[in-house]
Design a binder for this molecule. Sequence first.
Ligand SMILES: *Cc1c(COP(=O)(O)O)cnc(C)c1O
Length: 356
Amino acid sequence: MKKHNFYAGPSILTQQTIRNTADAIINFADMGLSILEISHRSKQFQAVIDEASALVKELLNVPDGYSVLWLGGGASMQFCMVPFNLLARKAAYLETGTWASNAIKEARLFGEVEVLASSKDANFSYYPKDYVVPADVDYFHITTNNTIYGTELRVDPDVPVRMVADMSSDIFSRPVDVSKYDLIYAGAQKNLAPAGVTLVIVRDEACGHVDRPIPTMLDYRTHIKKGSMFNTPPVLPIFSALQTLRVYKDMGGVAELEKIDLAKAALLYKAIDESKMFVGTVTDPADRSIMNVCFVMTPEFKELEGAFVDFCAERGIVGIKGHRSVGGFRASLYNALPLESVEVLVQAMHDFEKMH
Ligand SMILES: *Cc1c(COP(=O)(O)O)cnc(C)c1O
């Protein structure tokens, strides 16, 4: 049976990504060897990382003066690397979900942290709008898409200080004005590649303004200088990322991807809004994520939530169970998920509602 993969992360990858990765594990670049058993310093792998970095720059229109890095440690490592490298005295954060809270916790190890706004009191069901970014902080940190709660900020704010963004779960889903950011990071396993690599786009000039000693591996300047080859980078996820980036380019780039993503999300939100059984958890429609759609059953039908998950499984729909901190359902509509899968889910919602 065809599967419809709505997992939140690790999550669906393009068929080309999976197939080409499988091929490279057997025979990479016609070397007669697996990509798993060759030097990362071979010219064949150097070509992979160079093309991947160039495609990131092309797709996101990255200006001069920025470096594209491929690092280990997950997005969670960036929660400490960012303040280690950029927080001299004080930073400002928005608390918009679990990942943002984790980032704030790490930043506090390095200096003063001002939480400008938080939606925690409402279980992160909206994206805060009433806040002013002070001019005296070293940087302002946002999480553009809150994977667990399904809220998203789809604009690039104008602020008077350096801006840092965790774009782990919505990178490549819209054009981004990279020039407004000093650093963008994204764990690969939501919209790019298998887990194991984190994409970092950093303005070179933003580094080097703190006095503390930074361990070599945690210093962005090490990886900028060595082109992410100071040590062995996550070779296989980088290869997979390149396959995905090629698909994104072939599809017409991020502006085209955004159109498709918007259409997929609109279809599902419409089904939720028209239903008497399902209800969205994000309060303001303007804050709704187009990547992670969170919804629950109304109190009247609440006890049927488990039955709906089973009903969906019979139709090949997997990964829609909501995160335990929200409950209900979360359908992740990452770039690689075809519109057809959303149609199958919407049909299942209609059919289930009719049955009850
Ligand atoms: C998944 C996720 C993370 C954590 O990523 P890891 O690579 O597992 O550390 C951080 N931020 C956001 C927004 C995420 O979606």
